[in-house]
Write a protein that binds this ligand. Structure first.
Ligand SMILES: [Zn+2]
Length: 168
C-alpha cells in the first residue's frame, strides 16, 4: 500500500495512548483474549463480546486507538471498523444463525453510549420474536460461563471464515 507522509497525524497518533479508566482500552491492553472475551484481533481494530449484551452474541468492533467518535478516525481506521463489522456479521451468521442484525454507533451519552469517549460499533444479532427480550437483557450482565461458550463458538466461526471479498 502506498504511504503518504502525513506529519499532522503524528501528534494525533501520539495522543492515542490507552486512557486511564477507559473500559475498551483496558480490554485491549491487559489480560488474555479468553479472559476479556475478545473474539478477533486485527491490525487496527479488535472485536469483543459486550459484557452487557442486548442479545446473545452482541459484539463490539473497536478501533485500537482511543478516538472519541467517527469523525476522529482516520479513513483507514473507519474502513477497518467497517470490515470488522462485516466479519462479525458473517461469524455470527455461521455460529448462531440469527434472523437479522442491528448495527450501529451510539455517539455521545445522549444517544445511549455507555462508553462515550472510545468509539465502537455495536453488532447485535436478532431473532424472530425477540422484541420483548431486548429491554429485559439490556444492561444485565450475563454469566461469564455463557460469554466463554459464546466466545469459543465465535472464535471457531472466525477461523473458518473465507476472506472478505472486499478485503480484510
Ligand atoms: Zn479507550
Amino acid at each position: 500500500m502506498r504511504q503518504i507522509w502525513a506529519p499532522w497525524r503524528m501528534e494525533y497518533v501520539g495522543d492515542s495512548t490507552p486512557r486511564e479508566g477507559c473500559v475498551l482500552c483496558a480490554i485491549d491492553a491487559g489480560g488474555t483474549d479468553q479472559e476479556k472475551h475478545v473474539v478477533e484481533r486485527a491490525e487496527l481494530t479488535f472485536t469483543v463480546l459486550n459484557l452487557y449484551p442486548y442479545s446473545s452474541g452482541h459484539l463490539l468492533v473497536v478501533p485500537h486507538r482511543h478516538a472519541p467518535d467517527l469523525t476522529a478516525l482516520t479513513t483507514s481506521e473507519g474502513t477497518a471498523m467497517f470490515v470488522g463489522v462485516r466479519r462479525a456479521v458473517r461469524a455470527l451468521q455461521a455460529a448462531l444463525g440469527p434472523d437479522g442484525f442491528n448495527l450501529g454507533v451510539n455517539q455521545g451519552r445522549i444517544a445511549g453510549a455507555g462508553i462515550a469517549d472510545h468509539v465502537h460499533t455495536h453488532v447485535v444479532p436478532r431473532w424472530d420474536g425477540d422484541t420483548n427480550f431486548m429491554p429485559v437483557l439490556a444492561d444485565v450482565k450475563v454469566l461469564p460461563e455463557h460469554l466463554d461458550r459464546t466466545a469459543e463458538r465465535l472464535r471457531a466461526a472466525y477461523a473458518e471464515l473465507a476472506p472478505d471479498p472486499a478485503g480484510g
